[in-house]
Unconditional design. Structure first.
Length: 272
């Protein structure tokens, strides 16, 4: 009898251990899947109105610098990125409303943005400047803009600076939603000057076989970043994205992307 009881107890223990082992294996798989982030969906909002920065075409295809960086992030993390296009002015409203996890449109890092939203580490650098038509000899300095019409892209980093300059110098600010339209108006003589990033003018000239002349004076140098909601969840996602961006900076991936789209390694212009 004692032997039979001992055998039964041994059998029960063996079954219990097997069940526990199976249970732990299932949990380990679930934990691994979760930690790998294979089902994590990131909702991205972008203006999506022009290459080289961010363009979503009529078929919903996303191209440009941000598209390639996020495709690389997806590949490295297993995340799924869902991108939605909205007007440039409405991008941050989507973050405010909780309808997006990250704003991506090669945004210049601005103090007022950094105060309200969580910025990623910069992934490349740029400079804001003023350009005039190539044959314009009258405008050489900022002071020469008096009584002129100067274009600016709504929401761009240099907009605040340009608004202040217009009061001091005395010129009219013409606001555009798209950089290409402003640059076209500049070459057609509809405005006298245009304020934007050096990369915007370089890309416009390359794509349109056109020439503009950038003034020697620069409005400001700026870093380019992604923005997240200033919440615990936003900070956690930002930290995870920062890790991927830093790896891509270290291994030269982002440098190659900027060379493809902006004709230079713009990661060298990141300012501390």
């Amino acid at each position: 009898m004692k032997k039979r009881i001992a055998m039964v107890l041994s059998l029960v223990c063996a079954v219990s251990l097997l069940a526990a082992a199976c249970g732990n294996s299932k949990k380990e798989v679930e934990d691994t899947d979760t930690s790998a982030g294979k089902t994590k969906t990131i909702k991205i909002v972008t203006g999506g109105d022009g290459e080289p920065f961010s363009l979503i075409d009529n078929d919903g295809k996303w191209t440009g610098i941000d598209a390639e960086i996020w495709a690389e992030i997806e590949k490295r993390t297993g995340w799924k990125a869902e991108v939605e296009k909205t007007t440039f002015d409405s991008v941050f409203g989507e973050l405010d409303a909780g309808r997006a996890d990250v704003a991506a449109n090669c945004f210049a890092a601005k103090e007022e943005r950094n105060e309200k939203y969580q910025p990623s580490i910069p992934y490349y650098g740029d400079a804001q400047t003023i350009a005039v038509a190539d044959d314009n000899k009258d405008i050489q300095t900022f002071d020469d803009l008096k009584n002129k019409k100067v274009g600016i892209i709504s929401g761009q980093a240099s907009q605040t600076i340009l608004d202040e300059m217009s009061k001091e110098i005395g010129f009219d600010v013409i606001t555009y939603e798209q950089a290409n339209i402003g640059c076209q108006d500049l070459t057609l003589g509809r405005i006298d000057a245009m304020a934007s990033a050096v990369t915007v003018f370089n890309n416009y000239m390359e794509a349109n076989d056109a020439k503009v002349r950038m003034l020697d004076e620069k409005l400001l140098a700026n870093n380019v970043t992604y923005y997240f909601p200033k919440t615990d969840e936003g900070k956690a996602l930002c930290d995870a994205v920062d890790k991927e961006l830093q790896d891509m900076l270290d291994d030269g991936t982002i440098a190659k992307i900027t060379e493809k789209w902006l004709f230079a390694d713009m990661t060298k212009l990141i300012t501390k």
